[in-house]
Design a protein around this ligand. Structure first.
Ligand SMILES: *[C@@H]1O[C@H](CO)[C@@H](O)[C@H](O)[C@H]1NC(C)=O
Ligand SMILES: *[C@@H]1O[C@H](CO)[C@@H](O)[C@H](O)[C@H]1NC(C)=O
Ligand SMILES: *[C@@H]1O[C@H](CO)[C@@H](O)[C@H](O)[C@H]1NC(C)=O
Length: 191
């Protein structure tokens, strides 16, 4: 196989992105450094998710000759990786070098310095809606579970009657008839 076509010009994109995005960052404080770091981590992610793409040539795709080029990842792929990094972001603090018990963040890691607001309760000042009234899953141990989502405040349970079409049959020709099935659904809501 041989290189051909046009690989996406990641080097240019990276340079352009640096000038375009980083030039908007002002100041010389921790927020400035954090933003520069996270901007670069994002560009590094795009770079490291680049994939080789190939096309076969030859008699009915026999692949006697293959042309390959490097292609940008999809926005979804970049988003998924960054979302994982977001979950594992490191908190950075001002401190004396050499006196740091944590390992420093790598160029791939996302960093933050302010503690996250508590999304459990309503706060007009922070713009958080709180989780009261949110529907939750009583059997899930994950974030959608009542235990975590309701922040330990507990939840109320109510039942709702729902009517749905069921047992649909097709009649020749051409209509569908259905029965109405009523069942009760159990809903959990955070207090
Ligand atoms: C609730 O959580 C359980 C366990 O994670 C899962 O199997 C179930 O599908 C969830 N139910 C709903 C309605 O999401
Ligand atoms: C749906 O159809 C099946 C088979 O015809 C029947 O046994 C069942 O009772 C029907 N269910 C309802 C709710 O009508
Ligand atoms: C099912 O419900 C709809 C709307 O409530 C009604 O128009 C329809 O006649 C019902 N069908 C049957 C088979 O009972």
């Amino acid at each position: 196989w041989h290189w051909g076509g046009c690989s996406d010009n990641i080097d240019f994109g990276r340079l352009f992105g640096r000038e375009f995005v980083d030039s908007g960052e002002k100041g010389r404080d921790l927020r400035f450094l954090m933003n520069l770091h996270n901007n670069e981590a994002g560009r590094t992610t795009v770079f490291s998710e680049m994939r080789q793409e190939c096309k076969c040539h030859g008699m009915s795709g026999s692949c006697t000759v293959r042309t390959c080029w490097m292609r940008l990842p999809t926005l979804r792929a970049v988003g998924d990786v960054l979302r994982d990094r977001f979950d594992g972001a490191s908190r950075v603090l001002y401190g004396n070098r050499g006196n740091n018990p944590h390992k420093p963040p790598s160029p791939h890691d996302l960093v933050y310095f302010e503690k996250s607001p508590n999304f459990c309760t309503y706060s007009g000042r922070l713009g958080t809606a709180g989780t009261a009234g949110r529907s939750c899953n009583s059997s899930s141990p994950a974030l959608d579970g009542c235990e975590l989502l309701c922040c330990g405040r507990g939840h109320r349970t109510r039942t709702q009657r729902v009517t749905e079409r069921c047992n649909c049959t097709f009649h020749w020709c051409c209509h569908v008839s259905c029965r109405n099935c009523t069942h009760t659904r159990v809903l959990h809501e955070c207090l």
